[in-house]
Design a protein around this ligand. Structure first.
Ligand code: C5P
Length: 297
């Protein structure tokens, strides 16, 4: 018997970053939106814990115990005194090290799949607690939809969304390490006061109203200057999307994937075509959100 779980990618429509905390993390006001680009995690009983990955980004995925899917299985097994003897297969469609929570999706997916396979009966609260142990973005991969994350980004409040937002994602040649982008943020912030991160009232209202123009005016990412500093070529991708008529363009999370908001599905296809023709990125995908979080299929 196997259990298969589908988990979406995310885009941060707002990523407000505070100063570095004593534990090295940063306080955030992080507005997540789950979008319809998915990894599928399948867990099957086996002799021992093993991770395999397929799909266009498979070569970049670590298959050892640093993989968040393996860590999720180990953590749940340890809590229940079980042997984590499963084969975890990741069908990967979310870019790796792209700022779209691909690794977090695999952690949340493997956790939900192992919970179902082993019949551990963990409560939603316990699953969310394990997710937060695995990483700051993992709880959101479990819940999906739209949410405001505070603290490290792991303390979530679900947000109302009054419509569907259409996005185009441009995958860059190569990845960016999230810790490296936060370090660059700290370096660039040296000598200036970093304000407390707060969610934008205009942005939350735009989400609630399903108003793409208002959302376009309100999106922001405090990590964008740091991502651009480490990956200057992204400026050309952002410009190509803007010229193609995107309502807004921004770096997704810590990058280097760039995200473009379009008025509707048709406009998104046009922006995607122009980005593909621009030669400024490796691949282009269209996806809408919000969508549900990790789901057993
Ligand atoms: O929580 P997660 O393991 O995904 O975080 C990866 C890295 O991103 C952390 O080690 C830290 O360098 C940085 N980070 C941060 N502040 C956050 C979330 C992540 O500095 N709120």
């Amino acid at each position: 018997m196997s259990v298969r779980v589908r988990v979406p990618a995310k885009v941060n429509v707002q990523l407000a970053v505070g100063g570095a905390r004593p534990d090295g993390f940063h306080d955030l006001a992080n507005v997540f939106l789950a979008v319809g680009l998915y990894d599928e995690i399948t867990v099957t009983p086996a002799d021992e814990l093993r991770v395999a990955c397929s799909g266009p980004y498979a070569a970049q995925v670590p298959l050892d115990r640093t993989n968040l899917a393996a860590r999720a299985a180990l953590t749940l097994a340890q809590r229940r005194g079980l042997d984590p003897a499963v084969h975890i297969h990741i069908a990967k469609d979310i870019p790796v090290a792209g700022g779209m929570a691909g690794g977090s999706a695999d952690g949340a997916g493997a956790l939900l799949a192992c919970d179902a396979l082993w019949g551990t009966g963990a409560s939603r609260e316990e699953l969310l607690e394990i997710c937060a142990e695995l990483g700051s973005d993992v709880p959101f991969s479990l819940v999906g939809g739209a949410a405001l994350g505070i603290g490290r980004g792991e303390k979530l409040t679900a947000l109302e969304v009054g419509g569907t937002f259409h996005w185009v994602f441009a995958m860059a040649e190569g990845g960016l390490s999230t810790p490296a982008v936060f370090r660059e943020f700290d370096r660039m912030a040296q000598g200036r006061e970093v304000p407390e991160p707060v969610a934008s009232a205009e942005l939350l209202e735009a989400l609630a109203e399903g108003d793409a123009d208002a959302l376009a005016a309100a999106v922001s990412n405090d990590l964008q200057p740091a991502a651009l500093s480490l990956f200057p070529e992204l400026a050309q991708t952002l410009e190509a999307g803007r010229e193609a008529g995107a309502l807004a363009e921004l770096v997704s999370g810590s990058g280097p994937t760039t995200a473009f908001l379009a008025r509707d599905a048709e406009a998104a296809e046009k922006v995607a075509e122009a980005l593909r023709a621009s030669g400024t990125c490796r691949a282009v995908r269209v996806a809408a959100g919000p969508v549900a979080g990790a789901t057993v299929l």
